[in-house]
Design a protein around this ligand. Structure first.
Ligand SMILES: [Zn+2]
Length: 477
């Protein structure tokens, strides 16, 4: 479990919560008492020893105080998440009916802590695997799931053709979503609004909204039906999932931006950033009208900083970087200026000064440059102030966190537990993923970001995703 903040437990004394105990429920919450009773296999009745659930309005949303004596287990919290986290802690601590005597006072360091579930991926996660991941996420006190359904959502009616043969059924999806919500996990659906839409655009029914016919991956942002189709698909998902506070609209890696004749003209006159923002803003406005916060991947915003001047005020930013493994970092993701780079002196005069993980990451993903000469003037004009004082040797890790915040944006960090192939003794590069999640979490906590969602791509076994859950839980709590 994520390590609790303040722990004072006895090595010797224990409480034995057996059938002589009962739950005294003063939480004022509908189902919390029965969940504790079920966990201990005891009743909500009048036996002398108590599991006392006490509402304490002075505590924050996810905070709890657990006090264990030989005759009483007291849980204080203000809200359901606090009680649920206390129950998860009890589950980790207990040895059968025995609990160590002492106190735990606990609360998380980041408000949103989550994992991406790429239901659409080649692995085609099945209901049982998904639900096991959902339970594991909750056991480790995560509170959000970013779910990309793609063509595995059971679309109906006019868009029935989009649902693949392996789409989850409505009853399967219902069970997954209901269980996640019951365990306190917020569902954040991800519905791509421009690129990465192969699952949609491969169908001839959507030929008119393809940006180009050869690579059928991207919607044409100049075609009004693009927004309409996106809205209709999203509406089906929202109708099924139920109320959502946030929806992720994707928007990353729109590599065909400006390819069709209509978009090419607009890109030439108004700029690529404007072309992108105009479409994205329509999507954001559709969500804002429904009081849903739109979240967007940051890579296009970063590569085309002019986009920031036009972006809808409701848009929140999810900043992804899968290569940064330490702070300060020799590696810089300089979007729009050579991408992933490091100073070439790390290969000569500074050689030997890096950890094995960072060295491996540089060799696999980054390009050696003269970091004090090769960054473009346009890039430095926007971002220099955020890179720290140790250039060219190091940059401040994840420098764009404060850049987006300074522009008034709510920011979420997005490391990965399965992304961009590199290997560690033939296994996926778990040490890189672990360090990436750790440094991203530390920086998000330092910058007081809104949260962190660990991404999980690629065709890997579901068991590997549990590493992402555990690492995210530990480093964000
Ligand atoms: Zn176009």
């Amino acid at each position: 479990m994520p390590e609790p903040r303040i722990v004072d437990l006895s090595d010797e004394a224990a409480a034995v919560v057996d059938h002589d105990w009962h739950v005294a429920d003063e939480s004022g919450l509908l189902d919390v008492g029965s969940k504790f009773a079920e966990a201990f296999c005891i009743g909500v009745n009048s036996e002398p020893n108590r599991v006392a659930l006490v509402r304490d309005e002075g505590m924050s949303r996810e905070e709890y105080l657990l006090s264990i004596t030989p005759g009483q287990v007291e849980v204080r919290a203000a809200h359901r998440p606090g009680f649920m986290h206390a129950l998860a802690t009890i589950d980790h601590l207990r040895d059968g009916a025995m609990l160590p005597v002492g106190t735990i006072h606990d609360w998380p360091r980041l408000p949103v802590r989550g994992l991406q579930l790429m239901v659409e991926s080649i692995r085609q996660l099945r209901e049982d695997s998904i639900r096991e991941l959902v339970r594991s996420a909750a056991r480790h006190k995560l509170n959000a799931l970013l779910i990309e359904f793609g063509d595995r959502f059971p679309f109906e009616g006019e868009h029935e053709v989009v649902a693949s043969q392996s789409a989850l059924t409505r009853p399967q999806l219902r069970r997954i979503i209901d269980e996640a919500r019951d365990l306190g996990l917020e569902i954040i659906p991800l519905v791509q609004c421009m690129g990465h839409l192969e699952y949609l655009l491969r169908h001839d029914e959507y030929a008119d909204i393809r940006e180009e016919d050869e690579v059928r991956a991207q919607l044409c942002p100049s075609n009004p039906r693009s927004l309409q189709v996106w809205a209709e698909l999203t509406e089906q998902i929202l109708d099924f999932v139920g109320p959502c506070a946030r929806v992720h609209i994707g928007g990353d890696e729109t590599r065909q931006l400006g390819h069709c004749p209509r978009c090419a003209t607009r890109a030439e006159t108004a700029g690529v950033g404007r072309l992108y923002a105009d479409h994205v803003n329509g999507v954001c406005e559709w969500l804002a009208q429904r009081e849903i916060a739109p979240i967007i991947w940051d890579d296009i915003l970063c590569a085309h900083p002019d986009t920031m001047d036009h972006l809808h005020e409701a848009a929140e930013v999810m900043y992804w970087d899968y290569w940064t493994t330490q702070d300060p970092s020799p590696l810089l993701v300089a979007r729009g200026s050579g991408s992933v780079v490091y100073d070439e002196r790390w290969d000569t005069e500074w050689e030997g000064g890096l950890s094995e993980v960072t060295r491996r990451t540089l060799e696999r993903f980054a390009r050696p440059v003269h970091l004090d000469q090769d960054l473009t003037e346009a890039y430095l004009k926007v971002y220099r102030d955020y890179l720290g004082d140790s250039l060219p040797r190091y940059v401040r890790a994840l420098p764009y966190l404060e850049y987006y915040q300074d522009r008034g944006r709510t920011v979420y960090g997005a490391p990965t537990c399965s992304g961009n192939h590199s290997f560690w003794h033939t296994l996926p590069d778990l040490p890189r993923h672990g360090e990436n999640i750790k440094v991203f979490a530390d920086r998000c906590i330092e910058a007081e970001a809104a949260g962190l969602i660990t991404t999980a791509w690629y065709n890997r076994s579901p068991e590997l995703l549990h590493f992402g859950i555990v690492a995210t839980a530990q480093f964000t709590w």
